[in-house]
Design a protein around this ligand. Structure first.
Ligand SMILES: NC(=O)c1ccc[n+]([C@@H]2O[C@H](COP(=O)([O-])OP(=O)(O)OC[C@H]3O[C@@H](n4cnc5c(N)ncnc54)[C@H](O)[C@@H]3O)[C@@H](O)[C@H]2O)c1
Ligand SMILES: O=C(O)[C@H](O)COP(=O)(O)O
Length: 387
């Protein structure tokens, strides 16, 4: 019996994939698996029983990845599962910035009781006029799951699109429309574009990437869209740029006290992935990853351990070992099993930076003593025997 805990509401269509061998618990400290969206886990204590955290979404800056890796907790996310939801809101964000749609709607609401509203509309509407997206230049920073969709959609709106991503994956490159200009440097994109949208993770080298220096390289009246993370933009510099008119609009999915309410800021309450479809996709993928890890030891879409897959566990036992990536770990595991006269029928070993994962299918049973001896090897972080 496995126990799972949800730190945020997770769509039912995902949770219903857990069969009768799973039970939901309200206590994270007794869970084998935690499912989460954006709840911060940085201050949490993790019990020795916790094996997996599945982030039903893309960003994992709410999870202490290194601490989890050291405790032998595999963290997953759901790449691309909410990308379409975000793409659609980014397009809406560009349209909201291009014309004063929000001001116009507010004006209608304020005058809803006026019997002459139809007549005065025709006098008033020029106050909310704007520009079109067609023919404007859009810069997309980060061409992953979301960036590619935004870039391609914008070409269909007649925009001239520039893309920048020094680490673009082969998969993403294949999906990208051929009409998109490849910006060799981010400065080229800053210089050229009327709209700039960022779709990169919050990492040490991306935090604060939009600041007074980078804004100074952009066109006057640029519109900046941030549906990635608040930390990517220096809030104080953005407010100064909006107030001075250097930046015409800042559309963001992340309300902060600094930016909310500033003229020119269009602030959305983190709704990018809040669609039925995205929530369902993320939940289904997160639960699938969790089940495959708990029942078969397979790792797919981990953000702190290497992916490693030996297929469905059949007969015998499967030993899985999360460990440090250093010399002679495999030698020690196989020597120990040989000493115990155990036959390995299938084996896989993968590494990712400082961490590694070994899976071994054993013909027979694995004794408690062997499991404990494996756990005592220096550098081993967690051993599981899946029966
Ligand atoms: N608003 C929302 O609801 C919402 C929803 C999903 C994701 N997000 C945020 O958007 C981010 C991107 O999501 P995704 O699904 O496209 O992720 P992804 O991993 O598919 O893509 C990220 C891309 O950024 C690129 N990148 C990394 N560092 C870069 C840099 N310095 N310069 C340029 N490119 C760089 C990577 O190469 C990758 O292609 C997530 O990390 C998350 O923070 C927000
Ligand atoms: O990184 C993500 O996937 C998004 O920011 C969505 O977050 P949410 O699941 O809390 O809406």
């Amino acid at each position: 019996m496995y126990k799972y805990n949800c730190l945020n509401p997770i769509a039912h269509v995902g949770l219903e994939k857990f069969d009768e061998s799973y039970v939901k618990t309200e206590k994270p400290e007794e869970a084998d698996a935690i499912l989460v969206r954006s709840a911060s886990m940085h201050e949490m204590e993790f019990s020795g029983n916790l094996k997996v955290i599945a982030r039903a979404g893309a960003g994992v800056n709410n999870i202490p990845l290194e601490k989890c890796a050291e405790k032998g907790i595999v963290v997953f996310n759901t790449p691309g599962a909410n990308a379409n939801g975000v793409k659609e809101l980014v397009i809406a964000g560009m349209l909201l910035a291009a014309r004063d749609i929000i001001g116009g709607i507010n004006w209608v609401q304020e005058n809803e009781e006026d019997g002459d509203i139809a007549k005065i509309t025709e006098k008033k509407k020029k106050a909310f006029a704007g520009t079109e997206l067609e023919g404007k230049k859009l810069g997309v920073i980060g061409l992953g799951a979301i960036g590619v969709l935004v870039a391609n959609a914008a070409t269909h709106l007649g925009m001239d699109v520039y893309g920048y991503d020094p680490y673009v994956s082969v998969d993403a490159a294949w999906k990208l429309s051929r009409s998109i200009h490849h910006a060799k440097t981010v400065d080229e994109l800053y210089k050229e574009c009327d709209y700039i949208t960022i779709h990169v993770p919050a990492l040490d080298d991306t935090k604060g990437m939009i600041n007074k220096d980078t804004i100074s390289l952009m066109k006057k009246n640029v519109v900046i869209l941030n549906f990635a993370r608040d930390l990517l933009v220096n809030g104080e510099d953005m407010v100064d740029a909006l107030v001075s008119g250097r930046v015409k609009g800042y559309v963001t999915d992340f309300p902060t006290p600094e930016v909310a309410g500033v003229k020119g800021a269009i602030v959305i309450p983190h709704l990018g992935a809040s669609t039925e479809e995205s929530e369902d996709n993320c939940a289904k993928m997160a639960v699938k990853e969790t089940i495959d890890y708990l029942e078969n030891g397979n790792i797919t879409h981990s953000v702190n351990y290497p992916d490693c897959d030996m297929g469905k566990k059949e007969g015998g036992s499967r030993i899985t070992i999360l460990h440090h990536n250093k010399p002679n770990m495999l030698g020690q595991f196989t020597a120990l099993l040989a000493k115990a006269d155990m036959n390995i029928s299938l084996m896989a070993n993968k590494s990712r930076k400082e961490y590694a994962y070994t899976m071994m299918d054993i013909d027979g049973d694995v004794s408690k003593e062997v499991e404990e001896e494996l756990s005592r090897i220096e550098g081993v972080l967690k051993v599981r025997v899946i029966l």
